[in-house]
Each structure stands twice: as C-alpha cells, then as structure tokens.
Design a protein around this ligand. Structure first.
Ligand code: FES
Length: 135
C-alpha cells in the first residue's frame, strides 16, 4: 500500500465516492510540489480547501506539472485528472480543459463535490495566466 493510499484511508470516510474516484485518489499522478516552476498558482475554494498548481512550460508546451491540495478525495482526484490532461500538452490544448471534462473523466462526482473540479481547473488556468502575464 502506497503512502498516499494509507494517508487517504486514515483521513476520510470513503462512502459516497465512486470506485473510480477512490482508485484514482489512491494512485495520484503528479501529486506534490515543485521547487523551480515556470509558473505557479494557488486558490482557496469556498469550502476552505486549497489547491496549488506548478508548471514547467517550454515553447508553449507543459513539460511538467504538479499539483498539491490538502482537500478531500474528490479534490485530489480532480487535481490529478487536470494534471494528467495538462501534461505534455500545448497551452491552447490545456485551455480546452473544463470542470465538466474532469467530471466526465471521473465518471461523475457527488453533487456536493462538483466545486472540486472547478477548483482544480481554475487553479490550473491561473497558473497558465501567471505564465502568460510574465512573458
Ligand atoms: Fe472543497 Fe473539494 S471539498 S474543493
């Protein structure tokens, strides 16, 4: 059992989440922080959960991406899915990622967790904006 899995199992009651979300949250891709990103953004959601995105961008391509959140399983799964979509893509391609796309890729989210997908995508977008505004 990986460290992320153990941490999540101890932190939260898993009831209400689909098997798919639990599976993704137990095998988080791109989870963590980055020392020298090209751009970075963090947003605190209305629920108090915080999301951070770190990007390495070269010639308009997202060469590396990491996200970090202290939020719930749904938040972690949404961040991981947004990071997976962004990895290796152009900025233009990343700008086609939407909260709805995240929800569909997770095969649904509990209604009271739809804002987790908005938090993930908004933070990713803000990191892109950070890059574009610095150029
Ligand atoms: Fe607030 Fe997920 S519960 S972002």
């Amino acid at each position: 059992m990986g460290t992320n899995k153990i941490k999540i199992m101890h932190e939260e009651n898993l009831s209400g989440y689909s098997e798919n979300i639990i599976k993704i949250s137990q095998n988080l891709k791109h989870f963590g922080r980055m020392n020298d990103p090209t751009s970075v953004a963090s947003i605190k959601g209305p629920c108090g959960d915080e999301m951070e995105f770190y990007l390495i961008i070269n010639n308009g391509i997202i060469e590396d991406v990491k996200f970090y959140t202290d939020g719930c399983i749904a938040t972690k799964a949404c961040g991981s899915m947004a990071a997976r979509f962004a990895f290796g893509k152009t900025i233009e391609e990343v700008l086609s990622i939407s909260p709805q796309k995240i929800i569909e890729s997770l095969k649904g989210l509990p209604k009271d967790h739809c804002h987790c997908s908005i938090l993930a995508v908004s933070t990713l977008y803000r990191a892109i904006a950070d890059y574009l505004l610095k150029k």
